[in-house]
Ligand binder design. Structure first.
Ligand SMILES: Cc1cc2nc3c(=O)[nH]c(=O)nc-3n(C[C@H](O)[C@H](O)[C@H](O)COP(=O)(O)O)c2cc1C
Ligand code: SF4
Length: 443
């Protein structure tokens, strides 16, 4: 599968000018796709999106055209139809949606109008991560300009989240948008049929929606030629960690980690060696340094034992202690677990306690096995993917770096604590866990 050369699509024009202003965005061809979509009409717009092969950029990678076609026609439902854009972006390592919102807000607004037109929605909502204050202000200003220019036929409501990772999960997001506690709903029914206020709802990620104007501009078939089969189009890769030039890079699917890390990112910082790659945000299983030539597309990533997820690539250099890394991430999942189902609520706590014992040299070999046993008991038994993600990543850290875990047990502590780049990196709520130490004595 050869990858094709790719133009910059989602961020097109943002280097040359300030596309936050409506005038500049229009000068760069903005809102022409919306006009075109109005001429095409709902069915043909959905057909173009289907033909483009675009898969959701939020993590799960579900084909957008297929999801849009699940929405019933207005005459087949007594309820209003809604479009919801997921701008919660709280996955550690992810910062691409922020750049889209802050640099090309009109492209997102245009994409929302086209997608809403496609599903014949009555109203649109955008749920923006609470911490993205600047982004929500930029978006609101762009929206006001677009409204004043008569470009927003289907009303858009901006909603700011209150800072919970779980509110990025689509059904928890809907609960939160409705003013309830952000906890996932059981599925089915899926939001396409029973979504916001029990109405048919299309939920898509910011990047997915911001790509739609380009699909209409190029045509679905031409868009599908970018990238590789099964993983069409470009992707905004968020590159961070021990790399010289971190940032967002828009590249075609099928680009390798090496091209991203070395050509775009300038290689590993401080002349260190690559140890591992977190390939698609913190919830994706880790890859070893020897997998640096893996192409970043859905199929290659699964073959490599992980997922493309939110395309957030975190580079880990040879100083990092993998037990500390697994522990630090597990603290995040434990803290963000909404508590609705037992395997996740209790399981993430068990993982955190065992990992901390290993890191601090208080664990036995049997507890290393217990760690994997807890992973097995979580996997497949949770209401949403949060619990599974924690279990999957911990198992992947042990699989790739078992000798390092064993060394902690045998040496009675962290062999690299004095030099690990992660030593001292603590969760903001770490002090809360420290308060629990007494309760763990029995473990
Ligand atoms: C714990 C959790 C957090 C998530 N966070 C986000 C998020 O911040 N943004 C996002 O677009 N999708 C997130 N998702 C995925 C959404 O549930 C959903 O699949 C996505 O919004 C659908 O849009 P897409 O098809 O365009 O990717 C999350 C899923 C889980 C389980
Ligand atoms: S898996 Fe975790 S976050 Fe998801 S519903 Fe269950 S407790 Fe909540």
């Amino acid at each position: 599968m050869a990858k094709t050369a790719s133009p910059v699509l989602v961020l097109a024009g943002a280097e040359a000018g300030d596309l936050r202003a409506l005038e500049d965005y229009r000068r760069a061809g903005g809102y022409a796709s919306l006009e075109q979509a109005r001429k095409l009409g709902s069915e043909r717009v959905i057909a173009e999106i289907k033909e483009s092969g675009i898969r959701g950029r939020g993590g799960a990678g579900f084909p957008m055209g297929q999801k849009a076609s699940f929405i019933p026609a207005p005459e087949k439902t007594a309820k209003p139809i809604y479009l919801v854009v997921n701008a919660d972006e709280s996955e550690p390592g992810a910062f691409k949606d922020r750049e889209i919102i802050e640099r090309v807000p009109h492209r997102l607004i245009e994409g929302m109008q086209i997608a809403a037109l496609a599903i014949q929605a009555e109203a649109c909502f955008i749920y923006i991560r609470g911490e993205y204050l600047t982004g929500s202000e930029i978006f609101a200003a762009a929206l006001a300009e677009a409204e004043a220019a008569g470009l927003v036929g289907i009303p858009i409501t901006v909603h700011r989240g209150a800072g919970a990772y779980i509110c990025g999960e689509e059904t928890a997001l809907l609960e939160s948008l409705e003013g309830k506690r952000g906890q996932p709903r059981s599925k089915p029914p899926f939001p396409a049929l029973v979504g916001l206020y029990d109405s048919p709802t299309l939920i898509n990620n910011v990047e997915t929606i911001a790509t739609v104007p380009k699909i209409i501009e190029l045509g679905g078939a031409a868009y599908a030629k970018i990238g590789v089969a099964g993983s069409t189009g470009t992707r905004l890769f968020s590159l961070s960690g021990n790399v010289v030039r971190g940032g967002n890079y828009e590249l075609p699917h099928g680009t390798t980690f090496r091209e991203l890390i070395e050509d775009c990112g300038g290689g590993i910082s401080e002349g260190r060696k690559l140890k591992a790659i977190i390939p698609g945000g913190s919830s994706t299983p880790i890859l070893g340094a020897d997998q640096i030539d893996t192409p970043m597309d859905y199929a290659s990533m699964e073959k490599a034992g992980s997922f493309i997820g939110s395309a957030s690539v975190i580079v880990i250099d040879d100083r990092a202690c993998m037990v500390q890394l697994a522990l630090r991430l597990t603290q995040f999942y434990m803290n963000e677990s909404c508590g609705k189902c037992t395997p996740c609520r209790e399981g993430t706590r068990w993982l955190e306690m065992i990992l901390r014992k290993i890191e601090e040299g208080r664990a036995s070999r049997a507890e290393l096995d217990l760690l994997l046993d807890v992973c097995d008991r979580i996997l497949g038994n949770c209401l949403c993917p949060l619990g599974d993600s924690n279990a999957m990543i911990v198992a992947s850290y042990v699989r790739h770096f078992r000798a390092e875990f064993e060394a902690h047990v045998e040496k009675g502590g962290c062999p690299v604590a004095a030099t690990s780049s992660l030593t001292g990196v603590r969760s903001p709520v770490d002090e809360l866990y420290r308060g629990r130490v007494g309760q763990e004595a029995a473990l």
